[in-house]
Design a protein around this ligand. Sequence first.
Ligand code: PLP
Length: 419
Amino acid sequence: MNYFHYVENELWCEEVPVTNIAEEVGTPFYLYSHRTLDRHFNVFDEAFADVPHIICFSSKANSNIAILRVIIKKGGGMDIVSGGELYRALLAGVDPKKVVYSGVGKREDEIRFAIENEILMFNVESSQELEIINFCAGKMNKRARISLRVNPDVDSKTHSYISTGLKENKFGINIHNAFDEYHQAKKLEHIDIIGIDCHIGSQITKVSPFLDALGRLTNLINLLREDDIDIQYLDLGGGLGITYDEENPPHPTEYAEAIISRAKGINCTFIFEPGRVIMGNAGILVSRVLYTKSNADKNFIIVDAGMNDLIRPSLYNSYHQIQAVIQKERGLFSADVVGPICESGDFLAKNRVVPRFERGDLLAVMSAGAYSFSMSSNYNSRPRVAEVLVKDDQYYVIKRRETYEDIVRGEDIPGFLQE
Ligand SMILES: *Cc1c(COP(=O)(O)O)cnc(C)c1O
């Protein structure tokens, strides 16, 4: 459920007509609903009310510091995957004791930055990484808390590019080696083992893969405890899917009930790293139709947002609903909604039945709150678009549109080229 809705054929976000924002901010822009974000967080949080838990929002889904701030003020923590994300989380005021750090390729400077800030734990993805964390902590006269990210080898039945829990994926430590790896970790002088972690993929629309993974993790926890390795945190990652089109993912309450009942008696603090389920349907991308054209057997709607602004359709062939910001009496037709980028892969929708849009119309690309702005780029030297947050009847520009100066910032013509 979200708070993008029609009032007399006009799309509003909460109490603000989208057209008003487009007129003042220009297009394209991302538009987020505070009330939707708030609701999604609450639903997820309340679903786990009966067990100790920390919700570490996956900040790569949407890393705007205003969005992070909303989550932090609600008691959430952060799942980070880089030093840059730690920097953002700290800027937004995160409690470092609620930060978990995942990722297969943590650099030493990033590891030191995280140790210095005393984050809750590193989700360690290889034995070499473990040694480097130990080495860095020793140099800094500190201790580092860790969990091992275990790859449980379960099929999450999602798109292969966003599946992460199969043994052929690059993520985590193979479940069969994890026991030995924990014993290695126990020998390291500057390491405290506190948890176990997995993240099996994204946009998962069934409960069973999560339960399979959980079962494998709880078995391992029990084995480790027999050997005096006390696991206090059980991090199940993120991955719960949302409805883009006709998917029917489990409601967070159903997901939570299944997990809580499967993990009965395990006596851990749960950590979850949801991203998409919190932010995906809390945002849209608003774009204006530049031109329409037809050739022999195809209609094209050319809009001012392209794959540099929203890459998900090009990257994963993912589906986003296209809606008119102002609904008019006009027929439907089948068309490709494409951007201005010089790539054939630059499309927002393909062979889609949409209203007969005309030049100047505004359209909304729905479910664009997660992995959308955060994946945008300056390709074709296009300034990144603005991000706007609506709360009730007010809106706030939480990232201004980039200028041409912004896009060349840091570039330099060396002296030998300057005559
Ligand atoms: C991307 C990611 C998440 C978030 O996944 P969602 O599908 O957005 O919930 C959580 N944990 C890790 C380690 C990730 O890489």
